[in-house]
Design a binder for this molecule. Sequence first.
Ligand SMILES: [Zn+2]
Length: 209
Amino acid sequence: MNAGGRCENGSAVGSQFVHVPAREARAIRAAAGSRFRVVDVEGGQVVDLFAFAADGVTEYASAEHTRVSVDRLFPRVGEAFVTNRRRPILAFEEDSSPGAHDMLCAACDPIRYHLLGADHHASCQENLRQAMADLGHEHVEVPQPINLFMDVRVEADGSLTWGPSPARAGDSVTLRAELDCIVVASACPQDLNEINHRHPTAIGIELLG
Ligand SMILES: [Zn+2]
């Protein structure tokens, strides 16, 4: 499926809404200091979010470095996601959702779907690669995503429990770019387990300027 990697300019004046169709991704350019909101339009939808430094895409938001930075599995509002060079790249400003987010699980990819018996299935990995390629960035690293609205719980025995996303229609996360960056949001196409209620839907990126 075509990821449709159109790019919108996050420094545009006023609010602008970038619609991300179900199972696809879109990229925005976010200038340092600009804010944007990732919206779960219909509810129950996981968003795989990626952020790359505009001046060099080998630097990107890194889950493992962020966990070290905040001493938690996922930052709280008021904290920041950092890069693989340990620089803040996205500040976590607001969260209107129930607060279930994940930073442990890899992006879905063609091999994952092959193992599930579904070849030629759209994936967050291919969505990301297409969106970045459309901006002239071929062969980027596929980082561990920031999985917004994804309910993954670590149980006492170390096992993981995957639940359906509890996000409600219109729930959003607001982020502020700390570096000039390229942000890619993928509306996760996973329909073979419960994370998206087996029914992937559209998301949006609201550019707040
Ligand atoms: Zn996915």
